[in-house]
Each structure stands twice: as structure tokens, then as C-alpha cells.
Design a protein around this ligand. Structure first.
Ligand SMILES: Cc1ncc(COP(=O)(O)O)c(C=O)c1O
Length: 436
């Protein structure tokens, strides 16, 4: 037994079975991360401390990272603060995105709200793209104003609109790229340029930070930090988790963000549960590259099929040469070997002369009832192909006028390509389109 383990004066064998069933042969040497091929699941709300001094040190060290050492092994005290599985996942997420550090949250929304809550104070302002995932839009327009944090929602494809929206209180430029759901791209390097211009005369605590939601692309297809973003947020529930079994989120960024963000997470409480960190660590992240390669080669075929179909008005997929921002897609969306990586998401409008959305609803309802390999569901990035109608579902909280102005119309369908045989996916879409 190592010297860190206590030696009970009254031996285990002299205790009642009832007591021994609780404590087992404990402490044990069986817990050994360095020799497991697959890390064991850590499911311990609290951690045994050897002494008051060690406990006190654990609290003292928390959110006080020694310079440059965000990946150190902490003194584990309580799961909400830090945990082995979550910590291992965080190290790997930082590597995947090319950030100094990562922190994992209970959901993508917990990650986004913690990022904004850490970067902004009452009276501060953010500039965001006018089309966002519905709950992010709701967070920014319903909840932040209660904390006296204001937002300007502008078209961030237009740099002059972004410059015009920035004021002395602006602390964050926030956007998704590709944007959920219509796959509009925002030029990350351009946003960096604008932030640098504004920051030139600002002290550190007033600087504008560029925050990118990289959920749609995943770090396999795009690493925003390489293009100048300060911070990346993402939902782990989607392609990083990959199998649709767990909700989670992450923030990846520079060292200076670690301590305030982990402090925020401790007090607001949105830490990723280790039981959800484990599958993402063991199945999701390790299989991301393999899945993305398959997803996107099928996505290209599906997008091409839809593009040629007479009942389809418009197809938006960054891999199509007809994509309005094809050049930017080629610049920004590159995989780890620098190959073009346009991702797994396709958006298309069904022909709909009266703009009622009825043909799209008919198509999706037919799929929901009769398709074998396409499922009507609002998530994305899973091994199953999922379809939904953003106008009425994921983006229902956005005002109609904003949606229509950006081309998110009732007839729009968002499809997240899975790992099925691509001909089966195309055949189910063909059958559905034949019915409308
Ligand atoms: C682009 C984007 N960001 C954030 C989220 C929120 O993630 P979660 O559902 O894990 O909270 C979603 C969810 O769909 C999303 O699509």
C-alpha cells in the first residue's frame, strides 16, 4: 500500500458485512489511470482527502493556476470543481481546437452562457450575428438584458455593420460559423482584424474578444483559434459526442480565461457530469475524424442530388461550388491535413410558391412516418441522419422578419448527414420528394 493510504486500526475483516459492503476492500490500488487502456469511469461526487492540510490546499489551488500550467493534475476535492474524466476530456478538447485550455460544461448552452457571463459585466455590450441557434438568441435577447448586458444583432457578413455596431462598452463579437441553420459563413480573420483595430487603444479588461460557436464545423473541419478567434464554444452533444447519448458543452481558449471561467463554473454549477464526459472521451472525440470524413463525403453527394432535383429551390452546402461563400469556405474550413472540409450539414428549401411552408412540412412528415434511415429530430452530428424544419423548430424563438430576411423560410429543411449508406439516404429523400 502506498503511504497515502490510511491503515485502519480495526481491520476490515472485523467490521460487519453491512459496513464492508459500503467500504469494500478500500482503499484500493485498483484505480490506476496510467495502466488502463481505456480510462475507468470516475463517478465520485467527492474525493477522499488524506488530511485537512491537503483539503485546504485543494481549495487554495482551485482557480489559481500557476503560470502556464492549466493541464496540471489538481487536488481533487468535489466533482463540480474538478474530476479526472472531465479533466482528461478537457485536455483532449484543447488539443483538438488548438487552444491553451478547455473546460467542459453540462450543455452547449451552459458553455455559451458561462463564456458570456465571464467576459461581460453589467453595462457591457456584445455584437452578435443576427441569426443564431434559437436558445443562444433567446439567451442574448431575453436573459442578458436582465443583467443589463445589451446586444446588437447585425449581419456579420458585412464588416461595416460590425464596425458600426461596436461602442465603448462592447466586449464580445459573437457568432456561429457556419451559422445554424442556413450555413452562412462569417469570416473569422476579418472579425479578428476589427477586434484588433478596436483593441489597439483599450486596456486588457476592456478588450473586445472574438468568440466563435464551432458546433457545426467541429474542430475537424475548422479551428477558429487558428484564424484569430480568442475563444471557441461548442455543444459536445452534437458531432463531438457523436452518438447522441449525452448532453455537454465546452469552451476552449487562452490560459487567462481558465481561472475566471472555472470559478464561474464552480459557482453557477454547470460542470459536465463525468458519466457524460466518459463516452465523449472514449467514443466521441476519438472517432470524430473518421466520422467527419464519412459524413462529409455523403453530404457532398446528398447536396448534389438535392441541387439537381426539380422540387428543390435552393441548396446551401459549403462544399458546393454554387455556395455563395465558396471561396471563404475553402479558406476557413480545412481539416487537420489542410484538406477542404465543408462539414456534415446541408440546408435546402423545398419549392414553395406561396411561402407557406406546407410542401416542406409534407416532406418532413412523410419522412417522419415512412423513411427508414432519416429521422425527424432536432439534434445533429449523430451517426443517424436527422432532418428538421428550423423555421418552426430550432429557430422558433427568432422573429419571423429576421429569419425571412436572412433566407430562413418556412420551406427550409436542415439535414445532418449520418453514417448510413449514402445511396440509402438519397433514396429516402427521393421517395419523400416524390410524395410532395
Ligand atoms: C450551434 C449550436 N450552438 C449551441 C447549441 C446548444 O447546445 P446544447 O443543446 O448542447 O446545449 C446548439 C444546439 O443545437 C447549436 O446547434
Amino acid at each position: 500500500m502506498s503511504e497515502n493510504h490510511p491503515s485502519p486500526e480495526c481491520p476490515e475483516s472485523e467490521h460487519e458485512i453491512r459496513t464492508r459492503l459500503i467500504h469494500g476492500h478500500s482503499p484500493t490500488e485498483r484505480w490506476d489511470f496510467s495502466h488502463h487502456v481505456v480510462p475507468p469511469q470516475s463517478c465520485s461526487a467527492a474525493f477522499r482527502l488524506d488530511s485537512v492540510e491537503r483539503g485546504a490546499q485543494g481549495f487554495l489551488d482551485f482557480a489559481h493556476t500557476p503560470e502556464g500550467d492549466t493541464r496540471r493534475v489538481p487536488i481533487y476535492v468535489y466533482d463540480r470543481l474538478d474530476d479526472p474524466n472531465r479533466g482528461m476530456l478537457e485536455d483532449n478538447l484543447a488539443t483538438a481546437e488548438g487552444g491553451d485550455m478547455a473546460l467542459a460544461f453540462a450543455s452547449g448552452m451552459a458553455a455559451i452562457s458561462a463564456t458570456l457571463g465571464t467576459l461581460m459585466r453589467s453595462g457591457d455590450h456584445l455584437v452578435a450575428h443576427k441569426v443564431l441557434y434559437g436558445c443562444t438568441y433567446s439567451l442574448i435577447t431575453n436573459w442578458l438584458p436582465r443583467l443589463r448586458m445589451e446586444a446588437s444583432l447585425v449581419d456579420m457578413t458585412d464588416p461595416s455593420a460590425v464596425r458600426a455596431a461596436i461602442n465603448p462598452q462592447t466586449r464580445v463579437l459573437y457568432f456561429e460559423t457556419p451559422v445554424n441553420p442556413d450555413l452562412t459563413l462569417i469570416d473569422i480573420a476579418e472579425m479578428r482584424k476589427i477586434a484588433d483595430e478596436v483593441n489597439a487603444n483599450r486596456p486588457d479588461d476592456c478588450k473586445v474578444r472574438v468568440v466563435v460557436d464551432n458546433t457545426f464545423a467541429t474542430p475537424f473541419c475548422q479551428r477558429p483559434i487558428e484564424h484569430g478567434a480568442d475563444i471557441v464554444c461548442c455543444s459536445l452533444t452534437k458531432a463531438i459526442g457523436g452518438f447522441g447519448t449525452d448532453i455537454g458543452g465546452a469552451v476552449i481558449g487562452p490560459k487567462w480565461l481558465h481561472d475566471p471561467l472555472v470559478f464561474y463554473r464552480k459557482d453557477f454549477g454547470g460542470s459536465l457530469a463525468p458519466r457524460s464526459a466518459w463516452p465523449t472521451l472514449v467514443y466521441g472525440l476519438p472517432s470524430l475524424a473518421t466520422r467527419m470524413v464519412n459524413y462529409q463525403s455523403s453530404a457532398m453527394r446528398v447536396a448534389t442530388f438535392l441541387n439537381d432535383h426539380p422540387k428543390v429551390e435552393r441548396v446551401l452546402y459549403p462544399g458546393l461550388e454554387s455556395f455563395p461563400q465558396y471561396q471563404l469556405a475553402q479558406k476557413q474550413m480545412r481539416d487537420y491535413r489542410n484538406r477542404f472540409a465543408p462539414g456534415s450539414m446541408v440546408y435546402f428549401d423545398v419549392k414553395d410558391e406561396d411561402s407557406t411552408g406546407k410542401p416542406a412540412a409534407k416532406l418532413i412528415d412523410w419522412i417522419a412516418q415512412h423513411s427508414y434511415c432519416i429521422t425527424l429530430a432536432v439534434s445533429l452530428g449523430q451517426i443517424k441522419t436527422l432532418i428538421e424544419c428550423p423555421y418552426n423548430m430550432t429557430h422558433s424563438s427568432l422573429p419571423d422578419a429576421e429569419k425571412r430576411e436572412r433566407g430562413v423560410v418556412p420551406g427550409g429543411c436542415r439535414i445532418s448527414i449520418g453514417l448510413e449508406d449514402r445511396d440509402d439516404i438519397i433514396n429516402d429523400l427521393k421517395l419523400a420528394l416524390d410524395r410532395i
